[in-house]
Design a protein around this ligand. Structure first.
Ligand code: BGC
Ligand code: ZN
Length: 388
């Protein structure tokens, strides 16, 4: 079968389309999945440009891809899945440290040792291949009605984890959130905006993209107020986030930082409303430095009971909520999710992708889209079930 491999260890790094062994089921709790499509995000961009990620121990290269949508073609007897099921897959697998209490208790997304693996990212091959196999406990059923946007379940799971955390944290006070500010209008920002709208919040999206860009249009399509940032938005720049928030005279109960531009995280701390939560979601492998008004910032965080959290990855429950929420978003804003997918590539084109040209979200159609319906209906090709 074909797989996209990134060589992360040699002097001649590069992205190759390789012919590798198709996985074979060995245990009754495993499923074999035929990949339909894989979403690409900023993490993939960093990996494909060799700034992030690591291959499995002892190997040179990594099969990329962690935002998956596929069809079960073989299901072990103990999986509860059937050939023809539409599925997505969790990304992280627990570490093996005995004293990592979260990994030992099924919360690998809160791993403390840092020795977790992530399929397609860190120490484990991903899904950007024609097939993958996985234990059923990491595989999540997706309704067939979500066939054309189900690969967004993984980024949506990131949003759900945050929302879940925020709800738990906010039990510290009587919290009646009304307003959310989303920084960034990439896929995560837009999914965050649509989610907050579905949850009944007034949503503001602040981002560098032009107002008439796809991002701006999509933000407005889900009922958010869109504001284009001038400059980089950090304090001291032409029109900082603080100035914008002062101008619109709103206070934010929730802020999601989805730009991956770390200086904005600090700017966001100052504009967060009293008792609010700022969630930082950007993975920033660089080494950027900045000066901050430490006293002023500290004072406002203390006097206004502000809470700042970092959040990464997601649990099975977050994936399940994510799958459900995608259905809610589709019902409320029909077509929105498919409009988020702005570029479509084939496996053969991955090595040449210019990430700077991607408008919102790129996916790789491992199987051409025209064939998805037929495969999801369970064509003769996948009508068999496998018992081990
Ligand atoms: C993925 C997460 C992962 C994180 C850090 C993100 O792109 O969606 O699942 O934990 O990168 O590697
Ligand atoms: Zn761990």
């Amino acid at each position: 079968m074909k797989a996209i491999r990134v060589n992360l260890k040699s002097d001649s790094p590069g992205i190759t389309l390789e012919e590798i062994q198709r996985p074979v089921l060995e245990h009754a709790d495993e499923v074999l999945v035929r990949v339909l499509a894989i979403g690409l995000d900023g993490t993939d961009r960093e990996i494909l440009q060799e700034h992030y990620g690591s291959p499995p121990i002892g190997e040179q290269s990594l099969t990329t891809g962690h935002e998956s949508l596929g069809i079960v073609v073989e299901a072990g007897a103990e999986t509860g899945f059937q050939a023809g099921d539409l599925v997505t897959c969790l990304v992280r697998r627990p570490c093996h440290e005995q004293d990592c209490v979260n990994c030992r208790n099924g919360h690998a997304d809160f791993c403390e040792s840092g020795n977790y693996t992530e399929r397609g990212i860190k120490g484990a091959h991903g899904f950007l291949a024609e097939y993958y196999k996985e234990q059923a406990r990491y595989v999540v059923l997706v309704p067939k009605t979500s066939l054309h946007y189900g690969m967004l379940a993984e980024p949506q799971s990131i949003v759900e984890k945050v929302w879940n955390q925020v709800q738990k944290i906010q039990q510290r006070l009587i919290w009646e959130p009304k307003t959310a500010l989303i920084l960034g209008s990439g896929p995560l920002g837009l999914l965050g905006a649509a989610t907050c709208r579905v949850l009944g919040l007034d949503v503001y999206v602040w981002s560098m993209a032009a107002e008439d860009s796809k991002q701006g249009q999509l933000a407005k399509a889900c009922g958010a107020v869109y504001q284009q940032a001038e400059g980089d938005g950090s304090s001291g720049s032409k029109a900082s986030l603080s100035e914008y928030v002062k101008k619109i005279d709103r206070s934010f109960d929730l802020i999601l930082e989805c730009t991956g531009y770390s200086p904005l995280a600090f700017e966001a701390m100052s504009v967060l409303g009293a008792g609010g939560v700022l969630a930082l979601l950007g993975v920033t492998p660089g080494a950027r430095k900045m000066e901050i008004s430490a006293d002023t910032l500290n004072l406002s965080i203390v006097l206004e009971n502000k809470c700042i959290i970092g959040s990464v990855n997601a649990s099975r429950r977050d994936f399940e909520t994510g799958v459900y929420r995608l259905g809610e978003i589709e019902a409320r804003f029909p077509g929105f999710l498919q409009r988020v997918i702005t570029e479509r590539f084939q496996l053969e084109e991955v090595h040449g992708i210019d990430f700077s040209k991607i408008e919102v979200k790129a996916i790789v159609e491992v199987v051409p889209r025209q064939e998805w319906e037929r495969l999801a209906q369970g064509s003769s090709e996948i009508q068999y079930s496998f018992s081990v």
